[in-house]
Design a protein around this ligand. Sequence first.
Ligand code: G1P
Length: 294
Amino acid sequence: MKIKKAIIPIAGKGTRFLPATKEIAKEIIPIINVPMIHYIVQEAVEAGIEQIIFVTSSGKFSVEDYFDRNQELEAFLERNNKTKELELIRKIGSMVDVTAVRQKEQLGLGHAVLMAKSMVGDEPFAVLLGDDIVINEKPAIKQLMEVSLAHAGSTVIGVMEVPKEDTAKYGIVRGEFLNDRTLRMNGMVEKPKPEEAPTNLATPGRYILTPEIFEILEKIPRGAGNEYQLTDAINVLCQRKSVYAYKFEGERFDTGNIHGYLDATIDFALKDPETREKFIQSLQHRIKKYGIKI
Ligand code: G1P
């Protein structure tokens, strides 16, 4: 079954990006001139997603507005013959169908996903978390869709290897490898301490789920951090059905923290022919200016 809907939870306060997030939704903070959320939505759209369901909280209207048409700006650009910019703005405004549902209390990722239940209906769907940008020719979420399709529409969790000392930051999966990249899962645990982690295979927030997860989410108790965890619901599902994990291909940037955000910014500036040369000059100049030895 074709997966047409994607849930993107964006209700978080983005405290790591204060003071900017006092007034700006974290998702709108740009990497150079493109808001972080653009990359997440683009990944979904390139994978064939037709509808994005944002799970929001107060102060997030700018994210919905970003993907809407802006007639006033379009008229201004048109009057001033800014054809290239006009085309770009129009393209974003018609990129994908966007809807939003409120998460009135931040009770965890499992709770956030459950908020979108009635909008998803009775079909498989994708979940993408906004803190991780994954760059790959074939979008990470598309890779998971293909694995799901190859396994009768099963649930598939995107994973990557992380250093053992980092397991407490992620949902960690366990299972048996069916091939180099695919595992049949037998469980999943949220943020285990390194000494308790079953593997070092972590999810950076890419999931293909089936509607059955909602019924589990309605019943699970609070878990790690006293929150309703999506991980715990997936763990329950593993005991009932075949669930898979897939080590997707792609470079991942952890833009949920300042260091990962800087990393992405530098990488994107070096990759883009429009910024590359001047940026290299600037880096060289500043390395000299601050007497940095490299
Ligand atoms: C959430 C999930 C976790 C996942 C992580 C990826 O945690 O609960 O399983 O590995 O996102 O970023 P959070 O980072 O919101 O605490």
